[in-house]
Every structure is written in structure tokens, then in C-alpha cells.
Design a protein around this ligand. Structure first.
Ligand SMILES: NC(=O)c1ccc[n+]([C@@H]2O[C@H](COP(=O)([O-])OP(=O)(O)OC[C@H]3O[C@@H](n4cnc5c(N)ncnc54)[C@H](OP(=O)(O)O)[C@@H]3O)[C@@H](O)[C@H]2O)c1
Length: 316
């Protein structure tokens, strides 16, 4: 079994696989299946596990399940990379949506302590601010990051779903680099790319909804971590007749590389020279094995644009 490719996470010096495993859904898997899921990923070189305090049926549920399962595997903590997130708060609503955002120092500090306890570890490799809290005070975030960094509880920091100006505001106060921005991106969710291809036109696609995040991330060496890499507006697009043209082209081009449409959906993301780190959400070991094949495939420029167009996008 070949192992997935490694990239550097931002300018952190940390080598990470270009495909990571998101653990938002791990609590839904019984222990023995979850063990196989983690072990399968690890054996493929996918040793990067993405978490958040809010994942699971209860606050901390997914992190706790991962921590318990991982403690029964013969893998050293130092051989994996644990990332978690903070900032979305309840009343807890089945783990997915909060009702307010909180990047106060107290909440950041308390959440990291809980994540460490649930994951059964004494440090996080990476902590992301899950969403921007419009009431946040960057001085407080800086104090929290300084305390977490100097105590060795968090080694690297980043953001998720943040605009360039929100990042700049943070950076004015932070002593640490921001190494990653986790954002929704897939062949069926391409806002980050559309506006840059439609500059100065008067169509819907020319609207810059995120202040040039893609170019900003490349300019500032922040790794983009695409979340929901196989989903569009209505859930998983793979094999969904609503996305027939996209599925057809993924199958056609996949055949040239001896892989299926599912692998090609990930290879399409990884072809972008921004050097993204895909966060897979599947908890099925066989699917992880399949998706891992995408790590090493480099499709041509023509193929990349063909997939983009057949997903329903037009070029000026
Ligand atoms: N930062 C954020 O705001 C944010 C938001 C959402 C998610 N995330 C992170 O990103 C990770 C990935 O997100 P996601 O879970 O939405 O990603 P995803 O990989 O697009 O979707 C995963 C879901 O699709 C199913 N699936 C995968 N391949 C399939 C296929 N070939 N056919 C049918 N179903 C398929 C999986 O089912 P099986 O498990 O049954 O295979 C799972 O339910 C999460 O785990 C989380 O860590 C971050």
C-alpha cells in the first residue's frame, strides 16, 4: 500500500499528509469500526486527524470517542497530528450548529483543556478558530494563544472560515503564525475560484464573496484545508443524478488514471497549485483506502478545467 504525499502546513515546518481525516462523524461508528478507520488511515500515511469540541451528540463526544479508541491502538501519540477547533457554542444542537460564537480568552482556554482531556493527550498539534466571532477581541485571543503556546499545550495555530481581513486583524496582535484556514471547497462548491475567473464581469460568479481568500492564502503561505470535499449544496454529489454531468466527467477522466469518479473528485482539489490539504469525512475504511489514491495523481490543466466546466461553471 503506498502512502499519501506530504506537504508543509503553512510555514510551520510541520510535515503533514495532503489528505487528512476529519473526525466529525466518528462517534457514529462503534469502537471496533472506529479502530479500523483510524488504523487504515494511519497505515496509508494519513496520520492527521481533524476534530472540534462540538463534533458528536454531546459536547466533546467525538473527541472522547476518538481518544478512547486511539488509546487501544498500538500507535504512538507522537506519530499522529491532532488538530482541534474552538469558537462555536450551543445550546448544543447535535454537534453541527451552534447559536453563537465565542473567541473569548476564557472560552478558548476552557475548550482546549476539555479537548486535551477528551482526546487523552497533553498537547494539540494545531488549534483552529472555528468561525469568526464578530464580538472577538484580538488582544484576548493573543493572550490565550501565548498561554497555550508557552505551556506547550498547543504547538501551531490557524483559523477556519475566516476572511483575509479577519486574519489580518488577528495577525496584528498575535505572536504566532497562522498556518491554515479550513474552508468549504469541492468540485461542486467553488466560490473561492469562480470570482477570480470572472473578474469585472456583471454576472453572479464575479462577486467576490470572501475577499480573495485563495490568493491571500497562497501569498501568506497558509494551507487551505477543504472541508466537505465530496459535497455540494444538497449533500454528497458523488453518484447523485442531480450532478450527472460532473459525475460523468469524473468517471471519464478517472478512467485515464485507473481510478473511479470518487478518487477523481479528490484529485481535482489536489491539482490546484495552492497545495491544499483535503479533510476527508468518510468513516469507511475501504473508502479511505480508495480516496488515498488521489494523493499522487496530477491531472492535466485541460482535465482540471473540463471538470470545472462540467460541474456547471462557465468561463468568460
Ligand atoms: N471547519 C468547518 O466549518 C467544518 C465544517 C464541516 C466539516 N468540517 C471537517 O471536515 C471534515 C469533512 O467534512 P465532511 O464530513 O462533510 O466531508 P465529506 O468527505 O465531503 O463527506 C463525508 C460524508 O460523505 C459520505 N461519503 C463519502 N464518500 C462517499 C461516497 N463515495 N458515496 C456516498 N457517500 C459518501 C460519508 O459517509 P461514510 O462515512 O459512510 O463513508 C460521510 O457521511 C469533517 O469530518 C470535519 O472534520 C469542518
Amino acid at each position: 500500500m503506498s502512502r499519501v504525499k506530504q506537504i508543509e502546513l503553512g510555514k510551520s515546518g510541520l510535515k503533514v499528509p495532503n489528505i487528512a481525516l476529519g473526525c466529525m462523524r466518528i462517534e457514529s461508528r462503534p469502537k471496533e469500526v472506529a479502530k479500523r478507520t483510524i488504523q487504515t488511515a494511519f497505515d496509508l500515511g494519513i496520520n492527521f486527524f481533524d476534530h472540534a469540541d462540538i463534533y458528536g451528540k454531546e459536547l466533546g463526544g467525538s473527541e472522547k470517542h476518538f481518544g478512547q479508541v486511539f488509546s487501544e491502538l498500538s500507535i504512538n501519540r507522537e506519530d499522529i497530528i491532532l488538530q482541534s477547533k474552538v469558537g462555536i457554542r450551543g445550546p448544543f444542537n447535535n454537534g453541527i450548529k451552534g447559536e453563537f460564537y465565542d473567541l473569548s480568552k476564557d472560552h478558548i482556554m476552557t475548550t482546549v483543556e476539555n479537548s486535551l482531556r477528551n482526546l487523552q493527550t497533553d498537547y494539540l498539534d494545531v488549534l483552529l478558530l472555528h468561525r469568526n466571532d464578530t464580538l472577538f477581541e484580538p488582544e484576548e485571543v493573543a493572550e490565550a494563544f501565548d498561554a497555550l503556546y508557552s505551556s506547550g499545550k498547543v504547538k501551531h495555530f490557524g483559523v477556519s472560515n475566516h476572511t483575509p481581513t479577519q486574519i489580518e486583524l488577528l495577525k496584528k496582535f498575535l505572536g504566532q503564525e497562522l498556518v491554515a484556514n479550513q474552508l468549504q471547497f469541492s468540485a461542486a462548491h467553488t466560490g473561492m475560484i469562480d470570482f477570480g475567473l470572472n473578474v469585472n464581469r456583471r454576472n453572479h460568479e464575479s462577486i467576490d464573496r470572501d475577499h480573495g481568500l485563495l490568493d491571500y492564502s497562497r501569498l501568506h503561505d497558509m494551507t487551505i484545508q477543504p472541508w466537505s470535499p465530496v459535497q455540494g449544496a444538497n449533500g454528497v454529489f458523488l453518484n447523485d443524478p442531480e450532478y450527472q454531468a460532473l459525475n460523468d466527467v469524473l468517471t471519464e477522466i478517472g478512467a485515464k488514471y485507473n481510478v473511479d469518479s470518487e478518487v477523481m473528485a479528490i484529485a481535482w482539489i489536489l491539482r490546484h497549485p495552492a497545495n491544499m490539504q483535503v479533510i476527508l469525512g468518510t468513516m469507511t475504511p475501504e473508502r479511505i483506502q480508495n480516496y488515498a489514491k488521489a494523493s499522487d495523481i496530477t491531472i492535466t490543466r485541460e482535465e482540471w478545467y473540463e471538470i470545472y466546466r462540467r460541474a456547471g461553471n462557465t468561463l468568460p
